[in-house]
Ligand binder design. Structure first.
Ligand code: SF4
Ligand code: SF4
Length: 310
């Protein structure tokens, strides 16, 4: 299940947004600029490659430890440092390739958001995906029509049942209920629509949820509602999500918050964070680093503006 070596066109769809709530992480205050965690802090600039390699290896070990525990004793979370994102879209492409996404399906988005008024203008890139809410509105909406369509796993990952999500009523309900615009309905289209032959990357079988999906043959997930699942199939094989291993900037972190030794636990103990629209009570599992007031304000402003777009 190594990532297939092909590229698909990557469009950036509307991203998650809304007013965020500043959540002060437990434990220490902002990290000092020392040790391997320093580059995961609010310092602008990319993570040196060697250091990122160390972080990736550490997260890999974190995953292995987590997989050695019962599912209910793992708490998967994602952390994003927007200050390091260059908007290269490698994570978007990697995600689409990994999950064999067709047109209109983009689990991961990286919108570029402009802030301020000329001449005091700045821009940030805002990687987003399903927030794996602990209190997911998509679950309530979809399961009210088709019980079991959405599942909140003991480890926190929110999964979709593709068979049940083929019902347009269920798919639309989940999509409409998600406050983060993280749900997409796969219309089954090809990137090469209208051309004589599909390309090999479109005929690839997907492995989401640990099963084989022949989308090109017309089977699910074509016709179903889809979204990020933290690359569950990769996790179960001891691998990090594709968006994380692909990112050259060291922007995104992943691991088990129920493990005090994990990198994500250390980061959340050392940094202040934001969770998108947390005031809705959705309890998102994606955290955004926001140690200084400027970062918090920037993210809040960004999210407030972006929210008006959908
Ligand atoms: S972000 Fe949206 S799709 Fe993901 S769990 Fe929350 S409500 Fe569901
Ligand atoms: S791969 Fe990393 S740097 Fe590039 S857009 Fe994604 S998060 Fe940003």
């Amino acid at each position: 299940m190594e990532r297939r070596e092909f590229l698909v066109g990557a469009g950036v769809a509307a991203a998650a947004g809304g007013v965020a709530v500043l959540a002060t992480a437990a434990g220490e205050g902002p990290a000092s600029a020392q040790g391997p965690l320093a580059a995961a802090g609010p310092v602008p600039g990319r993570t040196p490659q060697g250091q990122r390699g160390t972080e990736l290896l550490r997260m890999q070990e974190d995953i292995k430890r987590a997989l050695g525990k019962p599912e209910g004793q793992r708490r998967w979370v994602m952390i994003v440092n927007t200050k390091k994102c260059t908007g290269c879209m490698a994570c978007v492409v990697a995600c689409m390739a990994e999950n064999v996404a067709g047109p209109g399906v983009t689990y991961r988005t990286v919108p570029e958001v402009e802030l301020g008024d000329y001449p005091n203008v700045s821009r940030i890139f805002m990687p987003t995906n399903c927030q794996h809410c602990d209190n997911p509105p998509c679950l309530k909406a979809a399961n009210a029509i088709a019980p079991g369509a959405v599942t909140k796993r003991p480890d926190g990952i929110v999964t979709f049942d593709y068979a049940k999500m083929k019902d347009p009523r269920v798919a639309e309900a989940a999509k409409k209920a998600c406050p983060y615009t993280a749900v997409y309905i796969d219309q089954g289209k090809r990137w090469t629509e209208g051309t004589p032959a599909g390309q090999p990357y479109e005929k690839t079988v997907g492995f989401e949820y640990g099963e084989k999906w022949d989308r090109a043959g017309g089977g699910a997930p074509a016709g179903s509602a889809r979204k990020c699942h933290f690359c569950l199939h990769r996790l179960n094989a001891g691998m990090l999500p594709a968006c994380i291993t692909t990112c050259d900037g060291g922007v995104t972190y992943f691991g088990d918050l129920d493990d005090a030794k994990s990198l994500v636990s250390e980061l959340l103990a050392r940094h202040q964070t934001l969770r998108l629209r947390a005031q809705l009570g959705t309890e998102p599992r994606v955290y955004y680093l926001a140690d200084d007031a400027g970062a918090a304000e920037t993210l809040n402003t960004c999210l407030a503006c972006h929210r008006s777009g959908f």
